[in-house]
Design a protein around this ligand. Structure first.
Ligand SMILES: Cc1cc2nc3c(=O)[nH]c(=O)nc-3n(C[C@H](O)[C@H](O)[C@H](O)COP(=O)(O)OP(=O)(O)OC[C@H]3O[C@@H](n4cnc5c(N)ncnc54)[C@H](O)[C@@H]3O)c2cc1C
Ligand SMILES: NC(=O)c1ccc[n+]([C@@H]2O[C@H](COP(=O)([O-])OP(=O)(O)OC[C@H]3O[C@@H](n4cnc5c(N)ncnc54)[C@H](OP(=O)(O)O)[C@@H]3O)[C@@H](O)[C@H]2O)c1
Length: 460
């Protein structure tokens, strides 16, 4: 039998998940010197690009333009895109492994963490994941409703997702009118009655997870004032050794001097407070009980927040927790409940921490590292996993698939009567979205339901 990875027997790799990490893994494989390879790239949605389409905020179009890089990768004739194919529903890990010499999981972290406080399940309490998916037209979240008639919203957490969510609530909706925001979300934001967004950090400004540029963007919005309580930002700047922490602290200290401002909307950035309970009225969120925190050593060189037993209550009609994403277990693929992602050693999937790798199974991106890191972080990370895969190929640790022919996967899906969409199908949808958006001056008007996408591709 010819060598795996030779022109006579190209290496067949399945990548599950067409977000940044999946595309970067494909790129690394297709560019590997001296390797003959072909890649089948699957996504559960008909549309590629993962969080670049369904997560990155509509007012950050420059960041979304990274999709052009992925489009070039997808146009390599050695890559086939299988849209609308979900691992665990339409195809199993075992079926993929029987038809590919290696399987790379790039499924991201599509769920979210909870705060674990009383009242969290009240109507009006949602995850940022849902809100982000809603305004970005993600098919899973298009039907959600958020009560924007309320005057005040609390956003819990001060990471970059919290910044996106706050900015979308606080900015003038007309700023979003030409973006690719879902049409129904633009309509709802235009009618929004939100006047105050409470932005709640459990630690101090030096520990805030947001980037300086992201909080600055909120500070510069024309429609709202960013308000910081000087009593919560008292750190001595001369004592800082970490320049990033110092700049973030300096920024809020300077901002605190500006006071209440005169604009109609207010973002009230708070530090050293943790939600203790959501207070309900007639089954809906009406307020939030907050506990003041103090910082103590976490024993690992950092600081953690602990409650002081001092409480206050704020009136809010909507709560968006933005306390981190979390992986969803996929049937037939190991999952570490504790960390919330796929366990691995150097990108090689292991059944459980400290166990030997499963030959031929790899992981990249948020599914590998958990829900942190910018789009670019995934590039180097996917390269590392591909290096592990190629080392296994070289050492003979990669088992050849039973049937790695081009037809094998097509036949399987045909037998199951499952229709996969190709990359050229996506390109047709892309062109239609752009045309539909142009009518109202938008970059694109997204299809937000999978059935609408199929109908658009096969008109009666
Ligand atoms: C709200 C938000 C905004 C962000 N904004 C920025 C930003 O402005 N700039 C920046 O640099 N970074 C940003 N990030 C971070 C960036 O989006 C991530 O680093 C990156 O998307 C992670 O890539 P990934 O491929 O691991 O996961 P994802 O992008 O989540 O891709 C996972 C893919 O897997 C597919 N999938 C999941 N399960 C299955 C299955 N069972 N079968 C088949 N397919 C499946 C999904 O449909 C998805 O397409 C943002 C993150 C979030 C949450
Ligand atoms: N524009 C951009 O570049 C952009 C936009 C969006 C997302 N991203 C990236 O995507 C990744 C994910 O972002 P993220 O914002 O979801 O996560 P994140 O950066 O991990 O931030 C999570 C926030 O939630 C807080 N938190 C966690 N548990 C909490 C609890 N029980 N109560 C109160 N607060 C709690 C954290 O506080 P502690 O620090 O105290 O734990 C932190 O402030 C990040 O790498 C981010 O940079 C980038």
């Amino acid at each position: 039998m010819p060598d795996l990875g030779s022109p006579e027997r190209p290496l067949a790799v399945a990548i599950v998940g067409a977000g940044p990490s999946g595309f970067y893994a494909a790129e690394a494989l297709l560019k590997a010197p001296g390797l003959s390879v072909r890649v089948d790239l699957f996504d559960r949605l008909p549309t590629p690009y993962g969080l670049v389409r369904g997560g990155v905020a509509p007012d950050h179009q420059k960041i979304k333009s990274v999709a052009a890089v992925y489009e070039r990768t997808a146009q390599d004739p050695r890559l086939r895109f299988f849209g609308a194919i979900k691992l665990g529903r339409d195809i199993t890990a075992e079926e993929l492994a029987a038809r590919h010499d290696a399987v790379i999981y790039a499924v991201g972290c599509e769920s979210d963490r909870h705060m674990g406080i009383p009242g969290e399940d009240l109507a009006g309490s949602h995850s940022a994941t849902e809100f982000v998916g809603w305004y970005n037209g993600h098919p899973d979240h298009r039907d959600r409703t958020f009560d924007l008639s309320t005057g005040a919203v609390a956003v819990v957490g001060v990471g970059n997702v919290a910044m996106d969510v706050t900015r979308l609530l606080a900015r003038d909706a007309e700023d979003l009118a030409k973006t690719d925001i879902a049409g129904y979300a633009l309509d709802a934001l235009r009618k929004s009655g939100v006047k105050t967004v409470w932005l709640l950090g459990r630690r101090g400004p030096a520990e805030a997870a947001y980037s300086l540029a992201e909080i600055e963007e909120i500070g510069e919005l024309t429609a709202c004032d960013l308000i910081v309580d000087p009593a919560e930002t008292t750190a001595d700047l001369s004592a800082f050794t970490d320049p990033a922490a110092k700049m973030k602290t300096e920024y809020v200290q300077e901002h605190a001097k500006k006071g209440e401002g005169t604009k109609e909307r207010k973002v009230r950035l708070r530090f050293l407070v943790s939600p203790a309970e959501l207070i309900g009225e007639n089954g809906r969120v009406a307020g939030m009980r907050l506990e003041r925190n103090k910082l103590v050593s976490d024993g690992k060189g950092g600081v953690k927040a602990i409650g002081t037993g001092v409480f206050e209550t704020i009136e809010v009609g909507l709560v968006l927790r933005s306390v981190g994403y979390r992986g969803i277990p996929v049937s037939g693929v190991p999952f570490d409940e504790k960390s919330g992602h796929i366990p691995h050693v150097d990108g090689r999937v292991v059944p459980a921490p400290d166990q030997a790798p499963l030959p031929g199974h790899y992981v990249v991106g948020w599914a590998k590292r958990g829900p942190s890191g910018l789009i670019g972080t995934n590039r180097a990370d996917s390269v590392l996993t591909v290096q592990s895969l190629l080392a296994d190929l070289k050492s003979g640790a990669l088992p050849a698939a039973a049937d790695a022919s081009l037809e094998a996967t097509l036949k399987l899906l045909e037998d199951k009567k499952v229709r996969a969409l190709s990359f050229s199908d996506w390109q047709k949808l892309d062109a239609l979205e752009r045309a539909n958006g142009a009518a109202s001056g938008k970059i694109r008007e997204k299809f937000t339901s999978v059935s609408d996408m199929f109908s658009a591709l096969s008109p009666e």
